[in-house]
Design a protein around this ligand. Structure first.
Ligand code: C5P
Length: 217
């Protein structure tokens, strides 16, 4: 029954932005809406998978049949993804902040009239790279996303190698993709590149879920 092609499988999906505190009222974030990741989680569940969706701060309904874990920071997301393993596949769609404030201030930073404060940044954990290198806990299929504004395929191939994942879904975000309802993606694997027509994010999700079902067999 192809409608339940992922029955018995567990898949972890990350989605949305992360939010990195600067002080109690300020944070670093990005424009990710979470739509593509939530659509993927829903499409996988529709094929019968047990889905754990680790979500950054977004205003979206939880897709039917999906177990959702809400987090704010990259470090919380990394811990929640780790806790969700083992899984048959991991699809890391979240737009994780690359950096966080080295030390978030305990109290609101005040304007003093002097020079503006400087913000020291430190690198966040790379969740996709960690899952890809999780040894015996590594999912059989690890899928990453690449949002690029230039040289999309070249960067995607480099990312596949650097992160150690199996597939990269690459998209050009120089236009209105972030926050928009449509997406034009390239599926980059060790075997080559498949470029999909521009289509609604829900259709990208369905097609990717079907590909994942085929890959898991
Ligand atoms: O390195 P870059 O952010 O372009 O890579 C994007 C891919 O890596 C996405 O799949 C994203 O979810 C994942 N990623 C991650 N943890 C990070 C940075 C990116 O899981 N700290």
């Amino acid at each position: 029954d192809t409608h339940r092609a992922l029955y018995g499988r567990h898949i972890v999906v990350s989605a949305g932005p992360t939010r990195e505190p600067i002080d109690p009222v300020r944070y670093i974030a990005n424009r990710s809406s979470g739509q593509q990741g939530f659509a993927i989680a829903g499409a996988l569940a529709a094929l019968g998978a047990r889905v754990t969706l680790v979500a950054g701060p977004v205003s979206l309904e939880t897709p039917a049949g999906v177990e959702r874990i809400d987090v704010e920071t990259a470090r919380e997301m990394a811990a929640a993804v780790d806790d969700a393993l083992p899984a048959d596949a991991a699809v890391m769609v979240a737009a994780v902040a690359d950096w966080r404030a080295e030390a978030a201030a305990e109290h609101k930073i005040k304007k003093t009239g002097d020079a503006p404060p400087t913000l020291a940044l430190t690198e966040n954990p790379d969740i996709l790279a960690r899952v890809s290198a999780a040894g015996p806990r590594r999912p059989a299929l690890v899928v990453g996303f690449a949002a690029e504004t230039d040289n999309v395929l070249e960067h995607a191939r480099a990312k596949l190698a650097k992160k150690g994942c199996d597939w990269i879904v690459a998209n050009d975000v120089s236009g209105d993709v972030m926050g928009g309802t449509e997406n034009a993606v390239h599926l980059v694997t060790a075997d080559g590149v498949e470029s999909w027509d521009r289509m609604p994010k829900g259709a990208v999700a369905t097609r990717l879920a079907e590909r994942i079902a085929t890959a898991l067999g």
